[in-house]
Design a protein around this ligand. Structure first.
Ligand SMILES: CC(C)(COP(=O)(O)OP(=O)(O)OC[C@H]1O[C@@H](n2cnc3c(N)ncnc32)[C@H](O)[C@@H]1OP(=O)(O)O)[C@@H](O)C(=O)NCCC(=O)NCCS
Length: 436
């Protein structure tokens, strides 16, 4: 008869242990009673970078990386991208169900209501250097919102949490647009609440002297789809940062700033910026085979390729490729697309990439669309952070309401010295001698 247990024999002691298996997992704390003697700390699991450790139970996002499936609250990403608006999906991700018409209308009003930033925040942003990276401005400004809304610290009050969630989703495009205008030296544009979430963002980015900004509907829809695709992605590096910082009961602005900081790295959300740099470096289709060869020989990585979870085509990359075609009908074709498609074609036929199961990820094509829309590569990760704020907040709230969660605090395997003899300063050997 099969049993949902794992039997372990500790060869050090010849003791046998039986550990329950639940949801295809054993609890790491169940290893602790496995000891060589009563003073022993007990067996730990060692898993740098969480390669095989589930840190939570979650009902927000499902990914089957081998089959290239992504679902938010059980709905396939393809269906949501085709039929929903971003705010509709944001509601789904946060509250678990798609809104009906009345719910959606009031949700849209609630978010719109919070798009304005305090004038002090504007002044704060004016203090950044003219060439500050927009992502660094975004991270700092989101953190600074904690000074504007001190009541946000009251994270155990559900209605207060909801207020901060609405504020963050409402204000994120405003901060992003201000960071963009700041880098160009243009005056900031106030939100226009008649417009949709994406169209209003475009208004704050690109309105100049016209009395009312009219967003191109194809570009506004493309941006909305890109926002849907980036809304959440389960326990990625930034969601993990959000949960980890949030687990100390830090306020949501500071936790979101931490998550955005995690997103900024080139191995995470910063990859789309790196893809564009890589395509610039390649320069033309003819140079693609030589570039792929170089990567195969261990010189650098193909940015926008590979994923910790997807070992198949990233379903978001497929939708982005389709969206790119719509965008290019308005903006004209970005010549980088040809290089990217050639890169994808050659890489997907190359033994190295096939064997390593390296497929294009979401960042591979998103940057090409953003560039065609007129964004500089430095803005790409900021564009990622706007929708991902929804996912971070959903993960944060789920973590707070999960009775099994505590402050995140991993164990370590200590490899340093112990109980060393203290040396007075005159007897110490210079570091350069001990560690040349
Ligand atoms: C996303 C990423 C960080 C996942 O990393 P990971 O799960 O830790 O996988 P690893 O870094 O251990 O890579 C596994 C193997 O594939 C190779 N590999 C992974 N991504 C690669 C890439 N983009 N180009 C070339 N080789 C790659 C590694 O060199 C390694 O090879 P080895 O086993 O022969 O040493 C990684 O694929 C990457 O750096 N991609 C480029 C950056 C990017 O696009 N990030 C956006 C993610 S949405």
């Amino acid at each position: 008869m099969t049993q949902d247990t794992l039997t372990i024999v500790d060869n050090r002691t010849n003791q046998t242990y039986s550990l329950p298996i639940e949801n295809g997992a054993v609890r790491a704390t169940d290893f602790r009673p496995i000891k060589t003697d009563p003073r022993d700390f007990g067996l730990m699991t060692y898993d740098p970078a969480f390669m095989n450790t589930a840190s939570c139970r979650s009902s927000i996002t499902f990914i089957d990386g081998d089959r290239g499936i992504l679902e938010y609250r059980g709905y396939p990403i393809e269906v949501l991208a085709e039929h929903c608006t971003f705010l509709e999906v944001a509601y789904l991700v946060l509250f678990g169900e798609l809104p009906n018409e009345t719910e959606l209308k009031s949700w849209m009003q609630e978010i719109t209501h919070h798009t304005m930033l305090h004038e002090n925040t504007k002044k704060f942003m004016e203090g950044f250097r003219h060439d500050a990276h927009p992502m660094a401005m975004l991270v700092s400004t989101v953190a600074a919102l904690a000074t504007v809304y001190p009541e946000a610290r009251n994270i155990h009050d559900p209605s207060n949490r909801l207020l901060q969630i609405r504020r963050l989703i409402g204000k994120m495009p405003s901060i992003a647009a201000m960071s963009y205008r700041h880098s160009l030296g243009f005056p900031y544009v106030y939100p226009d609440n008649d417009l949709s979430y994406a169209a209003n963002f475009m208004n704050m980015l690109w309105k100049m002297v016209e009395p009312k900004y009219a967003a191109n509907p194809v570009l506004a829809r493309a941006l909305d789809i890109l926002f849907i695709l980036h809304a959440d992605h389960e326990q990625n590096c930034s969601a993990n940062a959000m949960r980890s910082v949030g687990s100390s009961h830090a306020d949501p602005y500071l936790a979101t700033a931490a998550a955005a900081a995690a997103l900024s790295g080139p191995l995470h959300g910063g990859a789309n910026e790196e893809v564009l740099k890589m395509l610039d470096e390649i320069g033309s289709r003819e140079n693609v085979p030589a570039y792929v060869k170089k990567v195969r020989e261990g010189h650098g990585r193909l940015m926008g390729f590979g994923h910790r979870v997807y070992k198949n085509y990233d379903p978001r990359a497929k939708i982005i490729k389709w969206t790119a075609e719509q965008v290019f009908e308005v903006t004209g074709r970005n010549p980088k697309l040809d290089i990217a498609m050639e890169l994808e074609r050659i890489a997907l036929e190359d033994d190295y990439f096939v064997q390593h199961k390296l497929y294009p990820n979401v960042d591979f094509y998103s940057g090409i669309i953003y560039q065609a829309m007129g964004f500089k590569p430095e803005m790409f990760t900021v564009l990622f952070a706007i929708p991902r704020t929804v996912g971070w907040l959903a993960q944060w709230q789920e973590m707070l309401l999960d009775g099994e969660q505590k402050i995140a605090r991993p164990r370590q395997i200590y490899t340093g010295h112990r109980a060393r003899q203290f040396l007075p300063i005159e007897k110490r050997v210079p570091l350069a001698v001990t560690h040349p």
